[in-house]
Structure formats: structure tokens, C-alpha cells
Design a protein around this ligand. Structure first.
Ligand SMILES: [Zn+2]
Length: 296
């Protein structure tokens, strides 16, 4: 999701105190191959951010009356053999109140930062990337390999990135550049459409950001897609995939990506994990001319 602290504070969206929500949200698989969904907390957003140019009353009819609404941050952690693989790493201490709980959730799950072997990024927005550093600006996971799509890294680290972003999102680029610089050579470039690790394929789901990817992997014999922010809201993204959330950088491409994903996921019934979907895990079901998210 894309809103600066200032935007949200100005909107009054952060006036409600957030409970600390360090926790393990869900688990899939077992034994030598299992996924734990770790909470990084959450934050609040105005309903109006869910669809440009749609009256808030219409948004509210789908998304519920709560304005602002709360969005959770769900980090997928795959443990298989000696590998501990995180998909995104949360918002860290400097984004929005209520987020930055990953370290506590890792402790709850019994995972030491030193044990994390890989961090694979869906994209480099603050709520997915800014948790990469500790309070001394050192990589939070000292033994990890860090991988992101080359196109995503190129976009955010370009000197021209500011030309492609509205002024209220320049902080996103400054933050991404600071973190990429601190990770240095540790941040590896990878390509969409390939396996980034054995059995873990990155599929292109651009639109939310220019180099956004989702991941398909198997756990306990079941295929799972780690969506990232390709589908962000449990009602709006499914019932109205063509609505244009303010957080999507290329609104039309993001909508086309949603349509393509929903069609595929509705046909295959593949398990999905959503970074911002409450409960994180579920499946996509066709409903009339659109779809719905069925949590599991
Ligand atoms: Zn996000």
C-alpha cells in the first residue's frame, strides 16, 4: 500500500491506537516443510484509497462501514530443511504506527534472525522493504541472501524515479534507495518468469509497481501462490478488480494483472497467501462476472 505517514496523519487515519499484533497468523504444511504466516502488525487507510473516482458510499457498501479500514501485513515464512525463507520483510520502525512487528513475531515462532537464509521481495514498497534493516541500519538478517526483481530495483534506485512519482510518494523512493544502499551487493537481482530458488518461481504481476512479482511454490505437496500486493483487499480486489486503488502505480496494468490472476486462480483453485488479506490464506472463487476471496 502506498501512503506516506504525513498523508495518513493529515487524514486523521492514524488517530486510533493500534494494538500490538505480533503473532503467527496461520500455518501450512508440517514437519520438514512448512509455512508460517507472521504478522508485521497493520495500519489504517481511508476507504477512499481503495478506488479512485468511486464514491466512498459505493466503496463502503462493498468494504464495510469502517473508515478508515485496517489492513494487516502478513509475511510468509517457509521453512524447509535448513532454509528459512521470508517473502518480504515488513515495514520496520519508520513507516506507520501499528506496523514493524516482524521481529516479535519471529520470536513467537521460535526463529532467530541469524537463521533466516533468504528474503525474496514481491516489490520494494515501504511496508514490504523497510523492515530489512535493524536500528543501526545493518541488515536485520545477517546471514540472508536478499533477492528482488531487477526491474523493481532499477526503478526505485534510478535517479529519475522522482519524475515518475507524485510528490507525496517521494519518501517511498528515498527510503528504498537508503535501504538498497545499506544492503549493497547483498541485494541480488533476479528475473521474473524464473525460479529464484529451487521450486520457487517468480511470476510477473506488474502494475502495483513496475517490477512486482508473485511467487509459486509447493508446500506439503500443495501449490501455493504468495500474492504480495497483486490482490490487496478481501472484497474490493475480488468483486471489483477494475476499480483503481490509489496504491497502484500503473492503475490499468494492475487491473489487467488482477483480472488475469483471478481468472487463473478461480480455475485452478490454487491456495493463495495475501500480504494484506485478513487471515492471509484462502482461495479464489468465481462469483457471477467477478470473484470472491474464501479464507481457509
Ligand atoms: Zn503492501
Amino acid at each position: 500500500m502506498m501512503f506516506t505517514r504525513r498523508t495518513l496523519l493529515a487524514s486523521g487515519a492514524c488517530s486510533v491506537a493500534m494494538p500490538a499484533l505480533a503473532q503467527v497468523v496461520a500455518t501450512l504444511g508440517s514437519g520438514d516443510e512448512q509455512i508460517s504466516i507472521l504478522s508485521d502488525g497493520g495500519f489504517e487507510m481511508p476507504l477512499s484509497t481503495l478506488a479512485r473516482a468511486v464514491p466512498v458510499a459505493d466503496i463502503s457498501a462493498q468494504a464495510g462501514p469502517s473508515n478508515p479500514f485496517r489492513t494487516p501485513l502478513n509475511i510468509t515464512c517457509l521453512r524447509r530443511g535448513k532454509d528459512v525463507i521470508l517473502f518480504d520483510c515488513g515495514a520496520g520502525a519508520n513507516f506507520l504506527p501499528g506496523s514493524g512487528r516482524l521481529q516479535e513475531s519471529l520470536r513467537t515462532a521460535g526463529i532467530e534472525p541469524e537463521a533466516v537464509t533468504h528474503v525474496l521481495f514481491t516489490h520494494l514498497h515501504p511496508d514490504h522493504f523497510w523492515g530489512a534493516l535493524d536500528e543501526f541500519d545493518s541488515p536485520l538478517f545477517p546471514n540472508a541472501r536478499w533477492l528482488a526483481a531487477a526491474r523493481e530495483i532499477d526503478f526505485w534506485t534510478s535517479a529519475k524515479v522522482y519524475d515518475h512519482l507524485p510528490a507525496d510518494r517521494h519518501a517511498f523512493a528515498a527510503g528504498a534507495q537508503r535501504i538498497a544502499k545499506n544492503l549493497g551487493d547483498r541485494l541480488e537481482r533476479a528475473e521474473a518468469g524464473r525460479e529464484w530458488l529451487p521450486g520457487i518461481a517468480a511470476v510477473e504481476t506488474a502494475g502495483h509497481t513496475p517490477g512486482h512479482v508473485s511467487f509459486v511454490l509447493s508446500v506439503g505437496g500443495t501449490s501455493v501462490m504468495v500474492l504480495g500486493d497483486a490482490l490487496t483487499h478481501p472484497q474490493i480486489s475480488f468483486a471489483h478488480p477494475d476499480w483503481q486503488p490509489a496504491s497502484d502505480q500503473d492503475a490499468e496494468l494492475a487491473a489487467a494483472t488482477r483480472r488475469r490472476l483471478l481468472d487463473e486462480l478461480g480455475r485452478t483453485g490454487m491456495q493463495v497467501i495475501g500480504y494484506h488479506l485478513p487471515g492471509a490464506t484462502g482461495r479464489v472463487e468465481r462469483q457471477g462476472t467477478a470473484y470472491r476471496f474464501v479464507g481457509t
